[in-house]
Design a protein around this ligand. Structure first.
Ligand code: AMP
Ligand code: GLY
Length: 426
């Protein structure tokens, strides 16, 4: 079988790497891929972009399964495009992807179906939004409706910050948010306290199979300080998600979401990522939904997956997931992201990368913002690499990952030195 993975980040490198291990898979194409996928002899990059061009390429190349990595093509309807031509594709339709692409949609959905989440209101009128903030006080959270590449959320510790965020989002669009129909809107919600975890499942419209638990580190600097990023590292399992919390998240969040989407006439097929906030009493609430895998959570999760990913996603894309169970390596997987100079505001491109080790069963360096330039691999984006290792303990995984990271060089490389610290505390 031939498989196509759409995307070019670390998440897509890890998905393609795992799909290529299936005995049923004869070729994995990655569009557009990155420097890492170009070096792997089992993967092939294809320089195709745009939903229609990708669809035509998949038809011409007899692709048996397409797996969509990032949210942008999903929100633009790539799955609808493929399905309309009878192609098997794993991911939510444009309507179902609104769980991520519209905060207003997902908050209203959660309210309607009784799914635990922060109290909120939606505004398009700045005066009303400002008045609401004055009434509620800080801390308070302001979220742009629409995709914002991770920059559409302001956790305001003061009302002044919240007022500024409202003006940025509703008046100036300084954050570069892609507005949904009806123009600029914001969701303003209650500030939740607790510890975050990534709860990711595979759905086929009716059935759900949970992936291993994980946590990521969103801040740039050690100690969870500095600006928000797409994620500077991740690990699996996440000890905070105890069996009791796991059962609760399935019962109160995931199952009602899948049932609710089905009831609303927009069945959800694809990866569903619930960002959880778990309070001190072990109650999970939904911070947000993503309609895709997490990046960098995918990298450690794929290292631990023992089951055949092609079988799982092929079945899910055909509404045949049933009660499939996945097998996981008992060890901990941990990934440390190495980012470019200037990330996250203005990442520098074109720095040559040296010291990349050969992959082993215990350690793989997944690529994200890299590209091939002659015989060299150079940086081409914010998050450059994710050094991912498997080990018996979090500490051992950390030690090995940092040993590898120290041997890799590119000018201005930044990485955190404490990935996994929350898992060690537990
Ligand atoms: P999001 O892009 O929705 O994942 O939000 C980015 C980050 O903002 C989350 O990972 C949380 O750390 C934080 N956040 C979002 N919503 C809330 C909330 N209601 N209370 C506290 N923190 C939040
Ligand atoms: N690592 C967070 C995300 O993928 O949204």
């Amino acid at each position: 079988m031939k498989v196509l993975v759409i995307g070019g980040g670390g998440r897509e490198h890890a998905l393609a790497w795992k799909l290529a291990q299936s005995p049923k898979v004869q070729a994995v194409y990655v569009a557009p891929g990155n420097g890492g996928t170009s070096m792997d002899p089992r993967l092939e990059n294809v320089p195709i972009e745009g939903n229609v061009a990708l669809r035509d390429w998949a038809i011409a190349n007899k692709i048996a399964l397409t797996v969509v990595g990032p949210e942008a093509p999903l929100a633009a309807g790539v799955v609808d495009e493929f399905q309309a031509h009878g192609l098997r594709v794993f991911g939510p339709t444009q309507a179902a992807a609104q769980l991520e692409s519209s905060k207003a949609f997902s908050k209203a959905f959660m309210k309607r179906h009784g799914i635990p989440t922060a109290e909120y209101e939606t505004f398009s009128d700045p005066a009303k939004a400002h008045e609401y903030v004055d009434r509620k006080g800080a801390p308070i959270v302001v979220k742009a409706d629409g995709l914002a590449a991770g920059k559409g959320v302001v956790v305001a510790m003061s009302t002044a910050e919240a007022h500024e965020a409202i003006d940025f989002m509703l008046l100036d669009n300084k954050l570069g948010v892609t507005h949904n129909e009806g123009g600029a809107r914001v969701v303003i919600e209650e500030f939740l306290q607790g510890e975050e975890a990534s709860f990711i499942v595979v759905c086929d419209g009716k059935s759900v199979v949970p992936l291993a638990t994980s946590q990521d580190h969103k801040r740039l600097k050690d100690g969870d300080l500095g600006p928000n990023t797409g994620g500077m590292g991740a690990y699996s399992p996440a000890p905070i998600v105890t069996p009791a919390i796991h059962a609760r998240a399935m019962r109160e969040i995931i199952i009602p979401t899948i049932k609710g989407m089905e009831k609303d006439g927009i069945p959800y097929t694809g990866f569903l990522y619930a960002g959880l906030m778990i309070d001190r009493d072990g109650h999970p609430k939904t911070l947000e939904f993503n309609c895709r895998m997490g990046d960098p959570e995918t990298q450690p999760i794929m290292m631990r997956l023992k089951s055949d990913l092609y079988d799982v996603l092929h079945a899910a894309a055909g509404q045949q997931l049933g009660d499939m169970e996945l097998q996981w390596d008992r060890r901990t997987a941990l990934g440390v992201v190495m980012a470019a100079a200037g990330y996250p505001l203005s990442p520098r491109k074109g720095d040559a990368i040296t010291g990349l080790p050969k992959p082993t069963d215990e350690a793989v360096v997944f690529h994200a913002g890299t590209t091939r330039k002659g015989d060299d691999i150079v940086t081409s984006g914010g998050r450059v690499l994710c050094v991912t290792v498997l080990a018996d303990t979090v500490k051992a995984a950390q030690a090995h990952a940092y040993e590898i990271a120290q041997g890799i060089h590119f000018d201005g490389a930044q990485y955190r030195h404490d990935i996994g610290h929350r898992a060690i505390k537990h």
